[in-house]
Ligand binder design. Sequence first.
Ligand code: DON
Length: 352
Amino acid sequence: MYRSSSRFVRRGAALLLTMTLASSATAQTAAEIDAALKAAHAKFQGLQEGKNADYIPALAKVDPNIYGVALVTVDGKVYTTGDITSEVSIQSISKVFTMAQVMEEQGPEAIEKNMGVDATGQVFNSIVAVEQYRGSEMNPMVNPGAITATSMVSGASRDEIWNKILAFESDCAGRQLSVNQEVFKSEAETNQRNQAISMLMYAYGHIKDNPLQACDIYTEQCAISVNAKDLATMAATLANGGKNPVTLKQVIKTANVPKILAVMATAGLYDDSGKWLFATGMPAKSGVGGGILAVSPGKFGIAVISPPLDAAGNSVKAQKTIAEISNTLGGNPLAPKPAAVATASAKGGKKK
Ligand code: DON
């Protein structure tokens, strides 16, 4: 009796130990994480592929050599390397947080119902994708869904809506963010296609009123200026169940996080989302400013800024750097390891 109960206690202790190990942020030491960041940065620094976005004129002028890397663990430790003070405009990465904000106010169903949570298989500003299902069966990561999400943020005036959006994104980043006015102006002067998309989403009843105001606020949200650490902290807020691990503020309801991550996994890198998931397993989001953030749930958020993009509109260096670091650190959430506990109990179990 005593022997068997002490065996039970030992097994319980082993299980607890396994659970504790599994729940710590990463299996690596600070020095190992730091080394992983530095090694990836050194490996890809010289890479010359890709080209700055130029359909927004101000983006063509951004220094293509900016290259910043940051990782923030769910226990609030911050690791950085490279260009960590330079900033780029957040662009489409903001779509994640506006979607999250709408979920806070109206629940995830509102997003699923109003624009859908499915991949379009089309470019991010496709009008064909809108026409195919009259503005349904898409998602908030592509422009029609994103502008519609912006239109769903409640507020009595443009100012109130905008201030809420900026405050929410700032809470996720853990500092007060601001807008790059040159980028905002440049896109506002050249975004006729997004205005057309907004009018179509209004025509099909997804945007309820003021479609051009929604487009304008969306354009401003895309011009928010961020460094790699801001983006990594935003990603870490998602990795940590909606609680910013640096400021400890619960910004996003924990229950909404799996929905947000599912949309990111489906469409975060547009028509290349499948390739990205295959390479890393991580929900992520890119922006044409050159940023990408990615989430290793329960472990860390990671982000890289580097303006030159590939044909799908995703930063070349950011994709490679994040994949390299995450794979070194075991960040892929779709790569489970056989449990030690399962092996132990199988040994103790009856033979068949
Ligand atoms: O609406 C646009 O075209 C830009 N403000 C954002 C697009 C974007 O970032 C797509 N990302 N890869």
